[in-house]
Structures are given as structure tokens and as C-alpha cells.
Design a protein around this ligand. Structure first.
Ligand code: PLP
Length: 392
């Protein structure tokens, strides 16, 4: 059972705690080595060195050149830079104005694509997905046009955990000479990030999804990809993103990525076992439930369900009162109370979508946590269903 101080945390897709080693790595750069990395003096050079080392460390895991990494303020900004930056640069070169994104993208991509369509004169194809939330490469092929200038398909979905076939999509994009962006925010600490294997030209990450701080992200931009800066000013980040670099947070992100990627295989194996145990117990112990998203091609820490006959808010509140943090769909839209666009794209009807529960595990998740969760969840669902039926 949770203690007064300990929350049993099943919401790692929303954010993760900052690892102690990450905090430790960041601390010297707040008030000790606080120089501006653009300054010539010693303090500035110390910061510039930390920035360079962080860039190199991250480039190692992405298998790219350090100068192909652009630091941003978050994953959302990285996605914005990818879509707006490439779309505007491509159009200025006369290459066309047709964009393709998948229907299950995070709003950071989807809203940006819609904005480019509605306010900047671009044309947009929103690719359908199958019932598991996966894009069919044949659908993408059919959607391509001579004037297609950018494809954006996420690596793994935040609401349902499904993983997209990036190498196949990337191969198709490359054969047609179309830049391919992936929002890899959910995959950062859990999936391999080699940009050549994935065949991507742009890739967005956000540190707070892999035990780094909130408010720092990056965009990988393959050399030669046309990109217009969206934050103009000084010449930081090879003129791709102006503004004094957030050195302590960048150092923290590099440390967090190193820790996550170095222990990825072991951590994933541990989490996948617990995740499957959790999925099996929920399916066995709670009637009228099904898994949302792909059953196997999914993030190793991600369990998500459609629970029939209730609205999930009551479940989330009941779990919270029992000291358990869980969520439904995307943390960014869960207050909006409108059916999730991801579940709609899967063909789930709005009444069923209202019962969407997302349980995402982390490094600290144990068997005992799953036990405590099930002890709370099973009777809670039964009680809420009775109340819903009585009310109806
Ligand atoms: N993309 C995906 C898939 C996400 O899950 C999130 C955050 O939930 C974002 C983008 C936005 O990242 P950030 O919170 O760093 O802006």
C-alpha cells in the first residue's frame, strides 16, 4: 500500500522524476560555471565546453554529427521547428506545399500541421491508421504527391504506446527525396535512436520523458535538410535556434539520455515483464476491458485499456485517493474532456473512448505496485459501473 509520502506512479508517459545523477550533473552550471557559452572569458569557455560535450554525448546515441543537433526549450518546440522550419524552407525553394502527418500524432505535430494548412496556405494529408494505431506504408505511398515536401510520423504513441515502422517509412521518403520527421519524444529513453537505422531526417526528443528535467528538448536535423529558424536573433545553434543556450538543462538532458540508453535493454526487459503481468491481470480480473494499441509492437512500459461502461475520470480520482497516479490519454489534453483524436483515429466510438485508462511504468515500478494497483482498481471499476448503471 502507498505510504503518506509515496505515490505509486503509473504515469511515466506524462513525465518522469529527474534522476539524482542528472540533478548532480546539472548543479555546477547554475551558480558555479554560469558563464554564457558565447562569452570569450574562462567562465564562458567552461559553459561552451559543457555544451560541446553534451552535444557530442547525445550525438553518440543518435549516431549523428554533433552539429546536427539543435537544442530547443521542449519537445513541442522541436516538433514546431521541424514542421514549420522545413515547410517554409521547402516552399521558398519552390519544392511544393503538401505535407503528410499521421492521424495519431501528438498535438505538437498535428496542431502545427493544421496551422500551416489553415494560416500559411499549405495542403495537408492526415494519414489513417489501423485499429492498433499503426500507419500502413502502402497508405503513405498512395498519399505521396510530386509536391510533397515533408512527412511526419511519430516513433511511438503517447496515448496507446504503438510503435510505427519508421525504417520502412523512411526508406520510402528517402527514395522520393522527401524529408522525414519523427516525433520520438515517447521513445527517447526506451527505443534505439540511431537516425540512420531509423532512416529519419529530423527527430524530436524531450528530456523529461527519460528522467531529465522539464523544459529542454532537441531536434536532430540531418545535414542538408532545408530548415528555417523559427526563433530568430543571435547565431546560436548554427543559426537554427536563437537564444542563450540553457546549459544546466542541456547537461542534464545529455546525462539523462546516457543513463537511459546505457541501461535501456535491461530496463526494458524488466518493465516489459511487469507491463505484461499488469495487462494480463487487468484482462483477467476486470470484465469488459480490452487493450488499446498494438499488443506487441508497443512501448515496453506502456499499458492502456478501454474499460467499458464508465467514464475514466471517476477511476482516476479513485486511484488518486488510493495514492496511485494514472492517467487517460495525453496529459496535455486530459482536462479538455473531448474524445481523444488518437482513439477516434483507431475507430473507437466516443462512449468507449471515455473509458480509456493509461498505465505507464518506470524504473521504480515493482510487483508490489501492480498488486496495490489491482487491489484498488478492480473494486473501483465494479463500484463505478454499478453507480453508472443505477444513474442511467
Ligand atoms: N510529443 C509526444 C509524443 C509527447 O508525448 C509529448 C509530451 O507529452 C510531446 C511531444 C511534447 O513534449 P514537451 O512536453 O517536451 O513539450
Amino acid at each position: 500500500m502507498p505510504t503518506a509520502n509515496r505515490i505509486i506512479y503509473f504515469d511515466h508517459a506524462a513525465t518522469t522524476p529527474v534522476a539524482p545523477e542528472v540533478v548532480e550533473a546539472m548543479l555546477p552550471y547554475f551558480s558555479g560555471s554560469y558563464g554564457n557559452p558565447s562569452s570569450i572569458h574562462r567562465l564562458g569557455r567552461e559553459s561552451a565546453r559543457a555544451l560541446d560535450q553534451s552535444r557530442q554525448g547525445i550525438a553518440h546515441f543518435l549516431n549523428c554529427q554533433p552539429h546536427e543537433i539543435v537544442f530547443t526549450s521542449c519537445g513541442t518546440e522541436a516538433d514546431n521547428l521541424a514542421l514549420r522550419g522545413v515547410a517554409l524552407a521547402q516552399r521558398a525553394r519552390g519544392r511544393g506545399r503538401h505535407l503528410i502527418v499521421s492521424a495519431v500524432e501528438h498535438k505538437a505535430v498535428l496542431q502545427t500541421a493544421l496551422d500551416l494548412r489553415d494560416h500559411y496556405g499549405f495542403e495537408l494529408t492526415v494519414l489513417p491508421v489501423d485499429k492498433d494505431g499503426v500507419v500502413a506504408v502502402t497508405d503513405l505511398e498512395a498519399a505521396l504527391r510530386p509536391d510533397t515536401i515533408l512527412i511526419s510520423v511519430m516513433y511511438a504513441n503517447n496515448e496507446i504506446g504503438s510503435i510505427q515502422p519508421l525504417p520502412e517509412i523512411g526508406a520510402l521518403a528517402r527514395a522520393r527525396g522527401i524529408p522525414f520527421h519523427t516525433d520520438a519524444v515517447q521513445g527517447g529513453g526506451l527505443l534505439p535512436l540511431d537516425v540512420d537505422d531509423l532512416q529519419v531526417d529530423l527527430l524530436a526528443l524531450s528530456a523529461h520523458k527519460f528522467y531529465g528535467p522539464k523544459g529542454i528538448g532537441l531536434l536532430y536535423v540531418r545535414r542538408g535538410t532545408p530548415l528555417w529558424s523559427q526563433v530568430t536573433g543571435g547565431s546560436q545553434e548554427a543559426k537554427h535556434r536563437a537564444g542563450t543556450e540553457n546549459v544546466p538543462y542541456i547537461v542534464g538532458m545529455a546525462k539523462a539520455l546516457t543513463l537511459a540508453q546505457m541501461s535501456r535493454v535491461n530496463n526494458n526487459a524488466h518493465q516489459a515483464i511487469l507491463r505484461d503481468r499488469l495487462i494480463n491481470r487487468v484482462l483477467r480480473e476486470i470484465p469488459d476491458v480490452r487493450v488499446s494499441g498494438h499488443r506487441t509492437q508497443r512501448l515496453p512500459n506502456h499499458a492502456s485499456f478501454l474499460i467499458g461502461g464508465l467514464e475514466i475520470q471517476g477511476v482516476l480520482m479513485g486511484l488518486d485517493m488510493a495514492g496511485i497516479a494514472a492517467s487517460s490519454g495525453s496529459a496535455c489534453t486530459s482536462a479538455a474532456q473531448e474524445p481523444s483524436h488518437v482513439l477516434m483515429a483507431l475507430g473507437v466510438d466516443p462512449a468507449t473512448a471515455a473509458g480509456h485508462l493509461r498505465l505507464t511504468l518506470g524504473h521504480s515500478t515493482t510487483d508490489a505496485d501492480i498488486e496495490a494497483l489491482m487491489d484498488a482498481l478492480t473494486p473501483l471499476v465494479a463500484r463505478l459501473r454499478q453507480m453508472t448503471a443505477a444513474y442511467a
